[in-house]
Design a protein around this ligand. Structure first.
Ligand code: OGA
Ligand code: NI
Length: 342
């Protein structure tokens, strides 16, 4: 519990074991301009107007950036505001409430922890605390969620159902856009959802630390709700760009599993979270993922891309294990799944 950064008092400097090596710390990249921002897509159009145009916009964004923001997605401002304030409250709760959720064994389904799930073995710690739990199918997990704040289960439960629906709508548009049959993801392939709430307290020396290091998400798509503090950066053509918080928008990004299924047609971009010295920042990531035993393989209906390795089918849980064992290094990650070509 003492390790949670949100429990530290009077933090004047960054402890040695939170300082990233020169090559990976953000340094000057904290002050990059915002002109090359990721695409913003109005989902209202898909509902009431030109669905094909929306599909084109999504596919273009997913190919060029691996990231986009959506507006008019059907979830109200009030619901977003209320859910975000409950998420923030989690990290401000009194010691005894937080303690019940604190990770003391890796198998705990709903847990608060700091840095990453590999705290003991990681070289540098991350400037973030996190709460993580599965959120779909809701009835399977909700009884394990926090009992405090008191409205957590009810409010986050309703919100999760809406987020999962939004995810299905986006996956539908994506499957149409890349030439997969309608409903391709309406089964075990999108059979689970993990909620991961990130809380990044103010950091006295943001240029030395990271809230999350460069990574890809090991899922199908991620739906991210940010508060009004910036911190998310995406790697685009070798440069970091800032994703500015946009009121009432969700940030969507393509996960590594969707890159594999789409035979590399869609890009899972690397991204990271930086910290700042003034404000704490909270973000909630909803990872839409296959069920553990679901078989993953490049979609047979799609034409081959000769630059992509041919992959055997594998269980999603095999992939996840490999993902965490290789720290998401995509070269190493796919090796055990490649079909030898002789
Ligand atoms: C993540 C992630 C970004 C953020 O949770 O995987 O990339 O802005 N979060 O918190
Ligand atoms: Ni991520």
């Amino acid at each position: 519990m003492e390790k949670l950064i949100s429990n530290w008092s009077n933090v004047q400097s960054v402890p040695e074991n939170y300082i990233f090596p020169l090559e990976t710390r953000p340094g000057e990249d904290l002050n990059i301009p915002v002109n090359n921002n990721i695409p913003i897509i109005d989902l209202n159009e898909a509902q009431n107007g030109d669905r094909d145009h929306t599909i084109q916009q999504i596919i273009k964004a997913a190919q060029e950036f691996g990231f986009f923001q959506v507006l008019n997605h059907g979830i109200s401002k009030n619901e977003m505001k209320e859910t975000m304030s409950i998420f923030k409250e989690v990290f401000e709760m009194r010691y005894e409430y937080k303690k019940n959720l604190y990770l003391d064994d890796d198998l705990k389904t709903c847990k608060i922890f700091t840095s990453s799930l590999r705290y003991e073995s990681e070289k540098v710690h991350l400037w973030r605390d996190s709460l993580r739990h599965p959120s779909h199918p809701l009835e399977q997990w909700i009884h394990l969620w926090p009992e405090n704040p008191m409205r957590y289960r009810e409010c986050v439960g309703d919100f999760s159902i809406k987020i999962k629906e939004l995810g299905s709508r986006i996956l539908d548009l994506i499957s149409k856009g890349i030439g997969l049959k309608c409903g391709y993801f309406e089964n075990d392939l999108a059979g689970s959802m993990i909620t991961s709430i990130n809380h990044y307290p103010p950091c006295p020396e943001p240029s030395l630390t990271l809230g999350l290091p460069k990574h890809k998400d090991a899922y199908l798509i991620t739906i991210l709700m940010q508060d009004d503090v910036s911190g998310l950066q995406v790697l685009k053509d070798g440069n970091w760009i800032n994703v500015e918080p946009l009121t009432h928008a969700f940030v969507i990004n393509i996960g590594h599993v969707l890159e594999i299924i789409s035979k590399g047609k869609l890009k899972s971009a690397e991204h990271r979270a930086v910290t700042n010295s003034t404000y704490s920042r909270t973000s909630a990531a909803f990872f839409i993922a296959p069920s553990d035993d679901c078989l993953i393989e490049p979609a047979q209906d799609l034409p081959d891309d000769n630059n992509q390795p041919a992959l055997r089918s594998f269980k999603y849980k095999e992939f996840l294990k490999q993902f965490f064992d290789t720290n998401g290094d995509t070269d190493l990650l796919l090796k055990p799944f490649e079909v030898p070509n002789n």
